[in-house]
Design a protein around this ligand. Structure first.
Ligand code: ATP
Length: 876
């Protein structure tokens, strides 16, 4: 079958529908997958490895280095020129490898968060990765799904789709897709197409896939736009601009140093140029931006292993600043395992097992419970499938020995109004003894108000205020125990006809079934952890206020003096009222997704960084508005996953808190890596400046500084980035998102520590220069600077002393140190390398002893200061 077969002619599509009512056979699907390729948008024109390699040279640094190489060549220092070029190429190779690795890890994260699709294959409904959908597949769509391929609607149940991703309009318009009719077929109408990238906002449909991957309309647009680039995070942007500014300042200082050397000290032009170049190479933090990217990428990998899938690198940074976590209750804070508890019917409160099937009211309550629900039990495995609230109802039937399937076969469903969180009701229509009867279940506050009568043993009686009061009181008693209470009612219709929402009124109330959904034990600990870390947890739920408050108390979210507010009460509050009471409200109950936006806004107005969870279609705007929108990986709709910046693979609240801790730790590690790199650079700059002012020979050759900046410094910097998260991270308040990363304390540490290393280095220089041997002096300075910076790696692992942090808690830092030492020894003693790095032949083992002593000194002083400062540092 050709591609056109599906795409062009609706008539043939119709035939295909008939031919493949059960969907494609597995074999056929496999061969089509081979033919059409995976259903994915290609990433535009992918860069070739050569392109990536060449891009590594598009840098100010490279220009400086080429100048340095040329100056070396002119000054007949051919070895230096070769080394500089070798380093340049090595650096570009490393950069390319890092780029490819980062790309791969981002791709694997993308794959983890990519949507799945429900298709019919060989007559069976299966869920497959969207990449495996092929033309000719029959896809089953329902509210909350993302349309993963272009297709024709075959069967339509009030389907509405939002095509904003295709039309580019930010405000999406719901489009009613129509099923194929004979006339449309004749006219070749395109109206009944749904397109890849659209979101199903309402209803259900079956769709015959006509195009996948780059053949879809979205694919054509993507091909045109050639894919937008992954944007840099605010941290990366601010560091880039810092590096650019630094480069300019350095150029200016270089010019001054160059002029000074010539005019004050009467140095030759070439020597003066060498000074200026050395200064530039010493000052520019070449590895900084790639190390930040590596640490961010490693952070996301770690979070993914702990079930938090980050969709956007920016989220890693924001996570560290989160100060309010708004969380859904059911399934996130609780286990979402509902078990039936007490029932209420005909004026009495009973345990589930006590239900008496001879009592008309109690029997009808069970009938309504089993008919107005979609959950089923699997006889073989003994497990139940479906919405946990409905599973509890089926479990109740099981306890009483009633098979729900037998009931449902006896009274087939003639119509339905599906459950939605806004309405909080679900209704189904059945024939009961020849009378079309609508059974409705849902939130008690909604259903009780719509009930005109009450069913009792004696028959229907009017729903008087007293009767209402008694039911409400019973509900209150059950809710106070943290139970979810579901109400049941029925209504007899004249005829079987299509249902409308207006039918859900004038009910006869039957009774209540309560169920328990225990809190997740790990959520209790996570709420306490969050609190310790200055993070407020707020419960947002569709459940009843009293139930929600009881559960919130068990979890430690609701405390004496706190308030719980319902959606209706929230509607009555002005923004000013809300702002005033905001800090006290820990539970929002019976809220609809629209309320979530108000809550996010209110907290953001107070300057908080807000994380908000959501799983439904209507949650998407709130997820987008929140600083960290969190979607549920298991129960969440594709729409919510699309809008979120983080997906919880286990739907667990504790995972959010873990991710926040990781976010804090990644940020901290990046700050430490920056401190390490910049303090080392400062030491280099100070040495060169000092030497130039004192008219001493240049202390380092450009190759020395390149060796340090690109090789021996990179490894400890990455190791610092891999420092494990410490519990102490939760002992402080969330980071102020507006505070600059290079704040005063950090800058003063960079300056102070740089100065210490510079002093040690220049002492070594003088020791070597005693006999007037400039080459030995330079070798001593280079070896001391390298080794001192390697030792310094341990200082920058955290605020505490290394004896508190322990060497063993970050083995990479020890490995990085030894790898750096081996490289340094090779350069100092291996004959061929010695020449390339201009190492003095006079550099002996006893000189090495002096170097080691001097190099370890700054670290000893820094560690001593940390030990003395002790606890003060840890609270920093
Ligand atoms: P959240 O995940 O927001 O914490 P929730 O699961 O309690 O909340 P919803 O699923 O929106 O929120 O349910 C809201 C209310 O609707 C429930 O308290 C219950 O009364 C009712 N309800 C829940 N599920 C069903 C269902 N399957 N049929 C009918 N009514 C339901």
């Amino acid at each position: 079958m050709s591609e056109a077969y599906y795409r062009k002619t609706p008539q043939q599509a119709l035939e295909a529908q008939q031919a493949s009512a059960g969907g494609l056979a597995d074999q056929e699907a496999r061969s089509r997958l081979e033919k059409y390729g995976p259903n994915k948008l290609s990433e535009g024109k992918k860069k070739s490895v050569l392109q990536i390699f060449l891009e590594q040279f598009k840098d100010l640094l490279v220009v400086i280095l080429i100048v340095a190489a040329l100056i070396s060549a002119v000054s007949e220092n051919v070895e230096s020129t070769i080394v500089i070029f070798a380093v340049l190429i090595l650096n570009a190779v490393l950069g390319t490898v890092q780029y490819l690795k980062a790309e791969k890890s981002l791709e694997s994260l993308k794959a983890m968060s990519s949507p799945s699709a429900k298709v019919l294959r060989g007559g069976v409904r299966v869920e497959i990765p969207s990449a495996d959908v092929v033309p000719g597949d029959i896809v089953l769509l329902e509210a909350g799904d993302m349309v993963v391929a272009d297709g024709r609607v075959l069967e339509n149940f009030s389907l509405k789709v939002n095509e904003s991703s295709l039309t580019g309009e930010s405000e999406g318009v719901d489009k009613m897709a129509e099923a194929i009719t004979a006339e449309q077929v004749a006219l070749g109408d395109q109206k009944n197409m749904v397109f890849s990238g659209s979101l199903v906002t309402y209803g259900r449909a079956t769709v015959l896939v006509t195009a996948t991957g780059m053949d879809t309309e979205l694919g054509k647009i993507a091909a045109l736009m050639n894919q937008t680039q992954q944007r840099k995070t605010p941290l990366q942007q601010s560091l880039d601009s810092f590096s650019a500014k630094l480069a300019i300042v350095i150029m200016a200082i270089c010019a001054v140093v160059f002029a000074l050397s010539i005019f004050r000290t009467g140095m030759g032009v070439l020597d003066s140029l060498m000074f200026a170049v050395a200064l530039a190479v010493a000052a520019i933090p070449e590895a900084l931006s790639s190390i930040v990217t590596i640490v961010l990428a490693m952070g996301t990998q770690k979070m993914a292993r702990q079930n938090a899938i980050i969709k956007d690198l920016k989220a890693v940074e924001s996570l560290g600043s989160v100060s309010v976590i708004c969380s859904d209750k059911t399934g996130t804070l609780t286990q979402n395992k509902m078990t039936p508890q007490k029932l209420y019917a005909d004026g009495s409160l009973l345990e589930g097992e006590e239900l008496d099937l001879v009592n008309d009211v109690q029997r009808l309550l069970l009938k309504a419970a089993l008919l107005a629900s979609d959950a089923t039990t699997n006889e073989e495995t003994g497990t139940a499938i479906g919405d946990p609230t409905e599973v509890a109802l089926v479990m109740l039937g099981d306890r009483l020995g009633i098979d729900e399937e037998a009931y449902r076969a006896q009274h087939p469903r003639l119509g339905e109004l599906a459950f939605d969180s806004d309405r909080k009701l679900m209704s189904t229509l059945h024939d009961i003894d020849g009378v079309p009867t609508l059974f409705t279940k849902g939130a008690i506050d909604v259903l009780l108000d719509r009930s005109k009568w009450l069913l009792t043993r004696e028959g229907k009686v009017e729903m008087t205020p007293q009767r209402k009061e008694e039911i409400a009181r019973t509900n209150m008693e059950l809710s106070m125990e943290g139970l979810r209470v579901l109400a049941f009612a029925y209504k007899e219709l004249d005829t079987v006809r299509p249902l409308t929402l207006e039918d859900e009124s004038e009910f006869t109330f039957i009774g209540l079934i309560s169920m328990i959904d225990p809190p997740r034990p790990e959520a209790i600990q996570a709420v306490a952890d969050a609190k310790r870390g200055g993070i407020r947890t707020i419960m947002i739920t569709g459940d009843h206020k009293v139930t929600a408050t009881a559960i919130a108390r068990q979890l430690g979210i609701f405390q004496d003096g706190d308030e719980a507010v319902s959606g209706v009460e929230l509607d009555e509050m002005t923004d000013a009222d809300l702002d005033e009471r905001l800090a006290k409200i820990s539970v929002y109950a019976r809220v609809s997704p629209e309320h979530k936006i108000r809550i996010v806004n209110a907290w953001q107005r107070r300057g908080n960084i807000v994380s908000m969870t959501g799983d439904g279609v209507n949650d998407a705007p709130a997820l987008k508005k929140a600083d960290i929108g969190v979607a549920m990986g298991i129960t969440g709709t594709e729409v919510s996953k699309d809008a979120a910046s983080m997906i919880l693979a286990d739907d667990n609240f504790a995972t959010i808190v873990k991710a926040v801790v990781n976010g804090r730790s990644v940020y901290e590690n990046i700050r430490n890596a920056i401190q390490f790199l910049l303090s080392g650079n400062t030491a280099g700059i100070l040495c060169v400046l000092y030497a130039s002012l004192m008219a001493l020979p240049v202390p380092f050759q450009p190759v020395h500084l390149l060796f340090i900046n690109l090789l021996t410094d990179s490894m400890p910097a990455i190791a610092i980035g891999m420092e494990p998260a410490r519990r102490g991270l939760l002992d402080r308040k969330p980071r102020d998102p507006k505070a600059p990363i290079l704040d005063r304390p950090l800058l003063s540490r960079i300056g102070g520590q740089g100065l210490l290393i510079a002093v040690a280095t220049m002492v070594a220089f003088y020791l070597g220069y005693q006999g007037g041997d400039a080459m030995l002096a330079s070798t001593m300075a280079f070896a001391t600077l390298t080794l001192a910076r390697l030792f310094h790696g341990f200082n920058c692992r955290g605020a505490e002393s290394i004896f508190h942090l322990k060497f063993s808690s970050n083995k990479y830092s020890v490995l990085a140190f030894f790898a750096g030492v081996v490289l340094l020894l090779a350069v100092l003693f291996v004959p061929g390398l010695k020449g390339l790095f201009l190492v003095s032949p006079a550099f002996s083992l006893s000189r090495l002893g002096q170097v080691v002593l001097l190099a370890v000194l700054p670290t000893l002083i820094i560690q001593l200061v940390k030990l003395v400062a002790g606890g003060k540092h840890t609270k920093e």
